[in-house]
Design a protein around this ligand. Structure first.
Ligand SMILES: Cc1cc2nc3c(=O)[nH]c(=O)nc-3n(C[C@H](O)[C@H](O)[C@H](O)COP(=O)(O)OP(=O)(O)OC[C@H]3O[C@@H](n4cnc5c(N)ncnc54)[C@H](O)[C@@H]3O)c2cc1C
Length: 302
């Protein structure tokens, strides 16, 4: 039996986020990635759910395969945008029948995409706090929700964000997973305010290993993520050097996690972008063990 990281003195737990594949090729890539990353023994994995329900079927297919063909505890993301409460309940029922017991409950973005003005569906849940309450009425689900250490782009201010997080926690959310960020001071300040508001659920940092800084900058603004200047310096000169770029990316994410561990954080949600090498390089840099691989090698040697 392989030792868990805690038993080895590395008090770090991870979860991984995936998205449903959009083509056969991407599907092959996803399941190859999963077979690599499951060796890290994540606490759970989660599968995203497309805006406006556009990827409901692929999310269900992907989640079902995780639940039936891997040993991984699997959460399904769920949004309530563009749906009546009855429609949302039907989706929840379908996912529950597939074996889902953990939802990442979200409002979702307006159909025009992140940044477009949001209109709740008449007869639908207006926000994620209402969705959490609705889920709790349907069943005793484990529920994760979002949190925004650098402010949700639509929010008037951080106080409004924290107020929404409090409503989600009061309605029964078990943990918050954050939008990705790179400035740990911003996270720490946010967490102090969250605790000051009487919110006690775990707030798990979302860590985005940077596959490509230029591409990341294009969508970070829409997510409310600040790109600190030090990232430009770390990646400078590596635009056409993918190997060096990957090495720096793995170092940057591992350093961010190590710094958060020093600040007392031990759970991390990694945005995998359905690719294994960079995520594994980050966890290798942290000196984590791969219980799954050790079990396989022990089995092969026996
Ligand atoms: C961990 C994580 C996972 C995600 N997964 C998905 C996914 O699978 N699919 C997907 O489509 N999206 C996903 N998103 C993105 C998310 O749907 C968007 O950020 C969306 O805009 C808000 O959803 P929410 O649940 O965070 O909203 P809420 O928690 O309801 O609101 C977030 C914040 O926005 C502010 N706000 C909300 N509505 C308004 C308004 N009308 N006016 C002013 N301020 C407002 C509030 O202050 C609130 O704090 C994810 C985000 C995170 C952090």
């Amino acid at each position: 039996m392989a030792l868990k990281n805690e038993a080895r003195g590395r008090n770090i737990r991870v979860s991984f986020e995936f998205f449903p594949p959009k083509s056969e090729e991407m599907e092959g890539q996803l399941w190859h990635t999963v077979s690599e990353l499951q060796d890290w023994d994540p606490d759970f994995v989660s599968v995203t759910y497309g805006a406006g329900g556009t990827t409901r079927a692929p999310t269900l297919t992907t989640v079902t395969r995780f639940l039936s063909q891997t040993p991984l505890a699997t959460a399904s993301h769920l949004t309530c945008v563009g749906a009546t409460k009855e429609e949302t309940h039907q989706v929840v029922d379908t996912f529950r029948k597939a074996g889902v017991t953990h939802f990442v409950a979200l409002r979702g973005d307006a159909p025009g995409g992140a940044g477009a003005p949001y209109q709740p569906h008449p007869g639908g849940y207006a926000n994620a706090a209402e969705l959490v309450a609705g889920l709790k009425e349907i069943g005793d689900f484990e529920i994760s929700v979002s949190a925004y250490p650098e402010k949700h782009p639509e929010s008037h201010d951080t106080a409004a964000d924290i107020d929404m997080l409090k409503r989600k926690a009061d309605n029964g959310a078990d943990r918050a997973l954050t939008q990705f960020f790179f400035d740990n001071d911003n996270f720490e300040r946010y967490l102090e305010r969250v605790r000051g508001a009487g919110i006690s659920i775990p707030v798990v940092p979302g860590i985005m290993p940077i596959q490509n800084l230029t591409q990341l900058k294009r969508f970070a603004g829409a997510c409310g993520t600040i790109i600190p200047a030090f990232l430009d310096e770390r990646f400078a000169g590596f635009d056409d050097k993918p190997e060096e770029r990957a090495k720096v990316a793995a170092e940057v994410a591992a350093e961010q996690i190590e710094d958060l561990v020093r600040r007392g954080i031990h759970d991390f949600h990694l945005y995998t972008m359905n690719r294994a090498p960079l995520v594994s390089a980050v966890l290798d840099n942290l000196g984590l063990s791969r219980p799954g691989r050790e079990t396989k090698s022990a089995g092969a040697a026996a």
